[in-house]
Ligand binder design. Structure first.
Ligand code: NI
Length: 180
C-alpha cells in the first residue's frame, strides 16, 4: 500500500490549528500506524498528523531509532501538552515538511510532556536535549507552527525564496515530462 505523502511548505494545511482527539477510534489507531510507517520510511524522528493532512493532535516520535535498527519503539502521543519549560538550548533542526533546509532554533532544554497513549493511558515524560527539542517541534506542528517560523526573518525569507525557485523548477520539470 502506498504511504501517505508528507505535505510540504508552503502547503496551508501545515499552518492550521489541529483539534484535540475526543475518542481513540480504529481510524486514529490506523492513522498512527500509517504515520509510523512514513516516519521510518523517510526517515525522520518525529511526525505530526497535520503533516499528512489530518488536523488532529496526534504525534509519533522515535528519537532513539537509527537506520540500522531493526527494532522500532515509536512513542505515540495523543493530545500531547508541554509544561515546565526550563533552560535554553540551540539545536539545528530540519523537518520533513521543509525540504532541503536546516537551521538553528532556540528551544527549552527541558520540558515535561503530558499525553495519553493509544490505549488512553496517561503518559508523563520528563525530556531533555534531543527528545525535548523533538517534542517542542512536533507540538508546534499541532499549533500550525513550523521551525522556520522560529528563525530570523532574514533566514526565513531566504529559505522561502529558495523554496519558491525549487517549486518553479519542479513545475517546469512536470510540464516537460507531460501527462501522457
Ligand atoms: Ni517537522
Amino acid at each position: 500500500m502506498a504511504l501517505r505523502p508528507v505535505l510540504k511548505f508552503p502547503d496551508k494545511r501545515l499552518s492550521q490549528l489541529s483539534a484535540p482527539i475526543e475518542e481513540i477510534t480504529d481510524e486514529i489507531r490506523e492513522l498512527a500506524r500509517d504515520m509510523c510507517e512514513v516516519m521510518y520510511d523517510e526517515p525522520g524522528i518525529g511526525l505530526a498528523a497535520p503533516q499528512v493532512g489530518e488536523a488532529i493532535r496526534l504525534v509519533v516520535v522515535d528519537t532513539e531509532w537509527t537506520e540500522e535498527d531493526v527494532e522500532r519503539n515509536p512513542l505515540i502521543l495523543v493530545n500531547p501538552e508541554l509544561s515546565e519549560h526550563e533552560g535554553k538550548i540551540r539545536w539545528k533542526e530540519g523537518c520533513l515538511s521543509v525540504p532541503d533546509f536546516e537551521a538553528e532554533v532556540d528551544r527549552a532544554e527541558r520540558v515535561l510532556l503530558r499525553s495519553t497513549d493509544l490505549d488512553g493511558k496517561e503518559l508523563q515524560i520528563r525530556a531533555e536535549g534531543l527528545q525535548a527539542v523533538c517534542f517542542q517541534h512536533e507540538v508546534d506542528h499541532l499549533d500550525g507552527t513550523l521551525f522556520i517560523d522560529r528563525i530570523s526573518r532574514l533566514k526565513r525569507t531566504r529559505y522561502v525564496a529558495k523554496r519558491k525557485k525549487q517549486l518553479k523548477l519542479e513545475e517546469m520539470d512536470e510540464d516537460a515530462t507531460g501527462d501522457t
